[in-house]
Write a protein that binds this ligand. Structure first.
Ligand code: SF4
Ligand SMILES: [Zn+2]
Length: 366
């Protein structure tokens, strides 16, 4: 089967602005050395919710030439600054292999001797199935290595729908017969208007559904990313948008939803809006409210909800007031909910910080 086409019309005014910021970022960018290209952007191990248990994630961020959507005529998504980590010029398959092997050699002992099971998350701030980012030679090397490690029970890679083809799915399925595979897709919202006019994602919901169907045919799960509080929405709009999206995805029998509260990334259009006081990252209170409204404990028997916000508690990430204790409390609530998949952690009555009153007054406006 052929890859999906991009069926959405770009919002030209938005595209122009995004491209301008992207160009400025690219002009200032320095080249990576050969040594840097043989090592990943980063890698880490931390606790994570696996399908049916608490386990750990082994995450590797590979450095590739970068996301085609961001490098092309559309300039990429309005909140995305990942191009900063990309090489722009080709990164060859040996270098990608070296990046993967370097991370694995570093962590293999820890993984094999750990009491927890693992999910390996292979991210490249673009599309793992895009041949120009990670080619077949690199992909198959990575699959072969992963197949040998028993502790790695689950694998997640990310891709735009254009590259989710029968050939790519068959290949990963064949190499990793005994693993649970999930493909992460940046859906961001179930609303086509918000996704394409505010985020510039270049994806329509119908194409997302086709990819879901195709993955199902190969026994592969879907992890849908939702962006919490896209630009041009206030707190209430963000809660409503995410609630609708979660409910739609539950009805579609998606395996995992990962909710990503927007964080301000360098060189993005959203960063410009933020500097102009036209955007504020979401409040934690809104995220908790949204989760409470959207999910029942019964839903969690069939779907996994993840959320590990980047930059949480800082000005650029999801935050309430900027008191450390206030945000740490919220992170604790969210972490416990995610690890245990149990709503009791967010439904409990907490002694919230005084900023809750300010939030209630401001949430319609910012
Ligand atoms: S969010 Fe994903 S698809 Fe959009 S520009 Fe960034 S890497 Fe590309
Ligand atoms: Zn507070």
């Amino acid at each position: 089967m052929k890859a999906n086409n991009i069926n959405s019309k770009p919002n030209e005014a938005l595209v122009e602005k995004i491209k301008n910021f992207r160009m400025k970022t690219l002009r200032k960018k320095s080249k990576f050395t050969k040594e840097q290209l043989n090592k990943p952007v980063s890698f880490w191990i931390k606790k994570e919710r696996l399908l049916n248990e608490i386990g750990k994630e082994f995450t590797i961020i590979l450095r590739t030439r970068g996301c085609n959507w961001a490098l092309g005529e559309t300039g990429g998504c309005s909140m995305c600054g990942y191009i900063q980590d990309a090489n722009i010029e080709d990164v060859n398959s040996n270098q990608i292999i070296n990046q993967f092997d370097y991370s694995l050699q570093n962590k293999l002992d820890e993984i094999e001797n750990d009491e927890y099971n693992y999910v390996i998350k292979l991210f490249n701030s673009g599309s793992f199935f895009d041949e120009s980012e990670v080619n077949q030679q690199a992909r198959t090397h990575i699959y072969e290595k992963i197949a040998e490690i028993k502790k790695l029970k689950e694998i997640v890679v990310e891709s735009r729908v254009e590259y989710i083809t029968s050939e790519n799915l068959r290949e990963i399925r064949d190499f990793l017969k005994n693993k649970y595979i999930e493909i992460g897709i940046g859906l961001q919202t179930s609303d086509d208007y918000i996704r394409n006019n505010y985020i510039n994602k270049g994806l329509v919901f119908e194409d997302f559904k086709k990819s879901v169907q195709l993955c199902k045919e190969y026994g592969i799960g879907i992890k849908a990313y939702l962006l919490f509080k896209p630009p041009f929405l206030n707190e209430i709009g963000a809660i409503d948008d995410c609630e609708n999206s979660i409910k739609t995805l539950i009805n579609l029998n998606i395996n995992t939803i990962s909710i990503n509260p927007l964080n301000i990334q360098k060189g993005s259009l959203v960063e410009h809006l933020w500097y102009q006081n036209r955007y504020r990252p979401p409040w934690f209170y809104s995220l908790i409210k949204c989760l409470k409204k959207s999910i029942t404990q019964k839903d969690l028997e069939n779907i996994r909800i993840l959320s590990a916000p980047s930059g949480a508690g800082t000005k650029r990430g999801i935050h309430n007031c900027l008191k450390r204790e206030c945000n740490e409390n919220m992170m604790e609530i969210l972490r416990n909910f995610v690890l245990n998949q149990d709503l009791k952690y967010i439904e409990k009555q907490y002694n919230y910080c005084n900023c809750k009153t300010k939030y209630q007054l401001k949430s319609q406006y910012c």
